[in-house]
Write a protein that binds this ligand. Structure first.
Ligand SMILES: NC(=O)c1ccc[n+]([C@@H]2O[C@H](COP(=O)([O-])OP(=O)(O)OC[C@H]3O[C@@H](n4cnc5c(N)ncnc54)[C@H](OP(=O)(O)O)[C@@H]3O)[C@@H](O)[C@H]2O)c1
Length: 266
């Protein structure tokens, strides 16, 4: 298989594949940035090329891990060598109609992963065009399955929702971690103590939610003693419009995914 683009997301998927036993010799990466090529070779022992070439011919699967802004140019360079392959794109926003036009094939799956894939805890949304058969879908599941959980969506537009929720989502969690750490420091804890408390709280609460049959609202109510400390904090958040702001923020991310398709999908 080949990766076009060898940055953060490609490294996360390659790391998962190698950790699950795929030999490094079966992976080729096209990555124009020399330092990134050297890092990939050093970390994974894989072959990294500066430009697309005939070396891509014969690949079963091509993973597109370039930025939406550079996809069209990268596709023009690689398309002559990849007509036979199944294609997997992780680019935010760019539709499979655009990709099919640029590559001359409709055998495309679009994915929206997230960076916890780096530690095998990724969450990926997937959409397959009708041209992708069951065998192709199974191959994609084997690849993405090495990075964590996956869910197929039945309409391509839903991938913009996945992008807004779980694709960008780790950044929202990190923003909360930063704010909770700051609050802890303001209240007299050391920064390492506050950060440990915040990270472990996210980890524990997420695990509790994942293992529970009850909705998040019930789990929240169990923490919130009447007239207690949590009530004071949650009431302040609700009065400040935090839930509505958060929901509106995700709609901004969804809208940006739609804009990316318009801006860079032509
Ligand atoms: N990061 C995330 O959390 C995340 C999550 C889900 C999906 N995605 C999607 O994943 C894609 C990659 O994101 P990323 O965060 O991995 O970005 P990134 O780290 O910047 O990786 C993209 C890589 O592609 C290289 N590249 C640029 N032009 C190329 C070309 N013509 N041929 C081959 N490679 C080329 C870039 O090199 P230069 O640096 O030299 O330009 C860069 O190393 C994006 O489309 C993004 O929407 C990202």
């Amino acid at each position: 298989m080949a990766f076009i683009g060898g940055g953060n997301m490609a490294s996360a998927i390659i790391g998962g594949l190698i950790a699950n036993g795929l030999p490094a010799s079966q992976i080729t990466v096209v990555e124009p940035f020399e330092a990134a090529r050297d890092a990939l070779k050093a970390k994974f022992g894989i072959d990294a090329l500066p430009t697309a070439s005939a070396a891509l011919a014969g690949q079963d699967l091509v993973v597109w891990a370039v930025k939406p802004q550079t996809f069209k140019d990268a596709a023009a360079a690689a398309a002559p060598h990849t007509a036979q392959a199944l294609h997997l794109s992780v680019a935010a926003g760019i539709t499979t109609d655009s990709i099919a036009q640029w590559l001359g094939t409709g055998r495309i799956v679009r994915a929206m992963p997230n960076t916890p894939a780096l530690v095998g805890k990724g969450m990926t949304g997937l959409f397959a065009r009708p041209e992708v058969d069951a065998e192709g879908q199974a191959l994609i599941e084997r690849v993405i399955g090495t990075t964590g959980q996956l869910v197929w969506v039945d309409g391509e537009a839903k991938l913009d929702a996945v992008t807004a929720l779980s694709g960008s989502g780790p950044a929202y969690v990190f923003l909360f971690l930063e704010a909770m750490t700051q609050a802890g420091v303001d209240m007299g804890l050391t920064a390492p103590q506050a950060y440990q408390l915040a990270v472990a709280t996210f980890q524990g609460a997420s695990e509790l939610a994942a293992r529970s049959d009850e909705p998040a609202s019930v789990l929240r109510e169990r923490v919130t003693s009447k007239g207690g400390t949590t009530y004071a904090a949650i009431t302040h958040m609700q009065q400040a419009g935090l839930p509505q702001t958060f929901i509106a923020a995700l709609r901004k991310a969804e809208a940006r995914a739609q804009e990316l398709a318009q801006e860079f999908g032509r």
